[in-house]
Design a protein. Sequence first.
Length: 334
Amino acid sequence: MDTPEKKKVIFSAIQPSGTITLGNYLGALRNWVKLQDDYHCIFAVADLHAVTVRQEPKNFRQNILNAYALLLACGIDTEKSLFFIQSHVHTHAELAWLLDCYTQFGELSRMTQFKDKSLKHADNVNAGLFTYPSLMAADILLYQADMVPVGADQKQHLELSRNIAERFNGIYGNTFTVPDPYISTVGARVMSLQDPSKKMSKSDENVNAWVAVLDKPDTIMKKFKRAVTDSEAVVCVGEGKDGINNLIGIMSAVTGKTSDEITAEFEGKGYGDFKTAVAEAVIEELRPIQERFEDYISNKDYLAEQYRKSAEIALKISQRTLDKAMKKIGFLAK
Ligand code: TYM
């Protein structure tokens, strides 16, 4: 008799920094939902990562809960996947410290996100901002994840996670699974609607640059109508057309149509019509999520039951890996 093939393990996480954007949704969340049937999926709200920038305590607490509820509303199913809050599972911070000691200053200095964020928060370039990638490596390696579904902006951090795992395994023998990035072909890099040379980011001060998953339909329409384009007025992918390329990418990710199909559909039509159509497609995609979010967020007991149950299981799994790594390093057993 054939033994069934063991399901591969997937790990990914998202920071609860207020606004969860269309970029997060198309680049990551939507793929997580699709992977749940075929993989052993583990997802987290990465609240420990979020304190690398200053958080207002009351808002922070609410944002963590909102992120948990919103991911459930997007379709993360706790019957199929483990879905917990990072700070509820203490092994993450513990392994992160150990991995810090196997990560080089030079490697962390090369992280483009560190360089960008330290420019943006010049008054708070803290050590956590610098060592953030080794916490991310700990998140992944604790669960022996085979694959990590992320947007393109996280690729460099994942390469570092692989290097850390390989280095540790090279010194002590096989301890961690070396994870592969899983970056989808559509939606992996959703750009700002106001400056399409930059990624869509919730930390952008210009609120017209991003669309939030929870933005109201008329806000979404307004933001797309204001999107920066070019003067050519032809809906097709091309050089120097970053704004239109981005809108075609969003349309393609939401509707499943190819860019050629979209170009054919909008032949002879202006950018105004196209922007309205993209906004309408996005509004329809987000509508059921927004409705489900309202249900989840008004049921705090249900949310607590789900994140507590998941954290307990996550602790058991991750403790095994932490114990193994500590034993290999030579710590004295308790
Ligand atoms: P975060 O919270 O910035 O983003 C969550 C996910 O959304 C993707 N993403 C995008 N994809 C396409 N276009 C965009 N404009 C866009 N903006 C964001 C990100 O690539 C990510 O997949 N450090 C991580 C969170 C994290 C993590 C982990 C991820 C903590 N531990 C372990 C994977 C594995 C972060 O800040 O993502």
